[in-house]
Design a protein around this ligand. Structure first.
Ligand code: BG6
Length: 511
């Protein structure tokens, strides 16, 4: 039974000590603690979870536990399932709080790792997860020291796992160096590289749709599919992350991870099973089959933009260069559109158009699979008047699948009109969904690696991205301005328009 008296839905995670490096940071506050609390409410953590904060600030165990409680009560209340105002169930929290403690220490000081070792020794279990919720400059430093202190050596009944947040490097060389550093002290099976997109229900649903319905898979190739569009658009700007974003930009922030993961889910061959090796192996293969662009190709097949002042929902918004901690002459992109080709039997000739940006007209993430036009019309209207079939996989918001078909308009004659089949996930499944971090944290504790990126997938994605970065650097092409609240620069429409196509919202009939 859980503390709320409900029967747990599944086996709880095994007893584990979870070390949160960067314990006072935003990630712990906004995402990890609410996720852990919700998992515990759902009876999925068991009673053997110990949470140990690791950071340089001095704080007692009791005050640290109180701080985490406050995170949940205030900042994160909206993410905690149940009543937001009184989100915390005292009994449940008391149970979780029993296992909370703190190690004060510098990440670069070997003494910190000796303290971590004693925590494990005192915990009653050898299982430990080290979650690096730190600035990326500490990833290699922490991992090397964990290795030196023999904290990454596994034995029966004592797993050791490291969770790493993005960014995983800032280009191919740094991604390779990071992976090499990780693999010096542990095996690939101990590394959990988080891409929170993989924790989203609808992203997992791409695999279910493709591999549990013969209908889609039968047409999933260049004989029937004309092109694919992948959009991850946000109305938010860079908010408080100006200094991070200045050094990162949208390409690095979104493409080698989130967008390439979506591309891989759509384009991968059927894996033999839903196991980590099979799924990640197929993803790595298809990412490796993406046609490499020369610098010249990179210039022709990429668009970068930067938002200027505009308006969203009647609210006037500053341009990117006016945001806090952003240079007034910044050339960092906040939008990118790309054309990607995959050179394998299934996909050759089918363009994939990717686009993502901040301060766009709408917040949505979706994949549009546009099928080919019918070859011949038997009706008294030209084939060009038939809207080609289109499968829209909506990741957020309004998660679901939509398929448009041509249908007969009722009444006399044979007049045809596009109509839609719709599967709304929220309507169809009333069961509560799991937040991405809940799903992924539970998988870490259970040792399920399928929804985490493997090193070779990432390196292959960085390898593809590299010429785009090089082209921008060498040709010093400044981003094209676009007004906040629009769909990005006109050049993004021209990129797809060059192939006689339109982005989905451009092709939709006016209301
Ligand atoms: C993060 C990026 O990985 O993903 C952010 O760093 C971006 O810049 C975010 O806003 C988008 O995630 P979601 O889940 O809000 O679509």
């Amino acid at each position: 039974m859980t503390a709320t008296g409900k029967k747990p839905k599944a086996e709880p995670a095994p007893p584990t000590t979870l070390f949160l490096f960067g314990a006072h940071g935003d990630l712990v506050k906004r995402l990890l603690m609410p996720a852990l609390y919700n998992l515990s409410r759902d009876g999925l953590l068991g009673e053997g979870l110990r949470i140990v904060g690791v950071d340089h600030n001095a704080i007692s165990d009791a005050d640290f536990a109180k701080k985490l409680e406050d995170f949940i009560r205030t900042e994160a209340a909206s993410k905690v399932k149940g009543n937001a105002e009184h989100a915390l169930d005292p009994q449940l929290w008391a149970q979780l709080a029993k296992g909370i403690s703190y190690v004060q220490g510098d990440f670069l000081d070997d003494g910190t790792y000796a303290d971590i070792a004693s925590k494990i020794a005192d915990s009653g279990t050898g299982n430990a997860v080290f979650y690096l919720a730190t600035a990326p400059r500490f990833f290699s430093e922490v991992v090397q020291r964990l290795g030196r202190a023999n904290l990454l050596e596994e034995s029966p009944g004592a797993f050791r796992r490291v969770v790493i947040e993005k960014p995983f490097g800032s280009d191919l060389a740094t991604a390779e160096a990071l992976n090499a550093c990780l693999l010096k002290v542990m095996t690939e099976k101990q590394i959990y590289r988080i891409d929170h997109y993989l924790g989203k229900e609808t992203v997992q649903n791409i695999l279910i749709s493709r591999f549990s319905n013969v209908l889609f898979e039968a047409f999933w190739n260049n004989h029937y599919i004309d092109h694919v569009q992948i959009t991850a658009a946000e109305t938010v700007g860079v908010e408080t992350r100006g200094s991070f974003f200045e050094n990162t930009g949208t390409l690095r922030d979104m493409v080698p991870n989130h967008l390439f993961q979506l591309l891989a889910m759509i384009a991968m061959e059927p894996p033999a099973a839903f196991g980590a090796d099979a799924v990640r192996g197929e993803k790595a293969k298809v990412i490796g089959a993406v046609r490499p662009w020369s610098l010249e190709d990179a210039r022709a097949n990429s668009v970068r933009g930067q938002y200027t002042a505009g308006e969203i929902g009647g609210k006037a918004l500053p341009g990117y260069r006016q945001e806090a901690n952003v240079a007034p002459d910044s050339s960092t992109e906040t939008f990118v559109a790309l054309k990607v080709m995959i050179d394998n039997w299934r996909w050759v000739g089918v363009p994939f158009y990717l686009r993502t940006g901040k301060r766009m007209a709408d917040s949505l993430a979706e994949i549009v699979v546009r099928f080919k036009q019918i070859p011949h019309s038997i009706f008294n209207q030209p084939t060009s008047s038939f809207q080609p079939n289109c499968l829209v996989i909506r990741l957020q918001p309004d998660e679901g699948l939509r398929m448009n078909l041509m249908a007969k308009t009722p009444g006399d004659g044979m007049r045809l009109k596009p109509a839609e089949l719709e599967l709304d996930f929220r309507e169809s499944f009333k069961t509560p969904r799991m937040d991405a971090y809940e799903r992924l944290l539970l998988d870490v504790l259970r040792g399920q690696l399928t929804l985490f990126m493997r090193g070779d997938e990432l390196e292959a994605a960085w390898e593809w991205v590299e010429p785009i970065l090089d082209n921008w650097e060498q040709n010093d092409s400044a981003p094209i301005p676009y007004t906040a609240g629009t769909w990005g620069p006109a050049a993004a429409s021209a990129l797809i328009g060059r192939d006689g196509l339109q982005w989905r919202e451009e092709a939709l009939p006016e209301d």
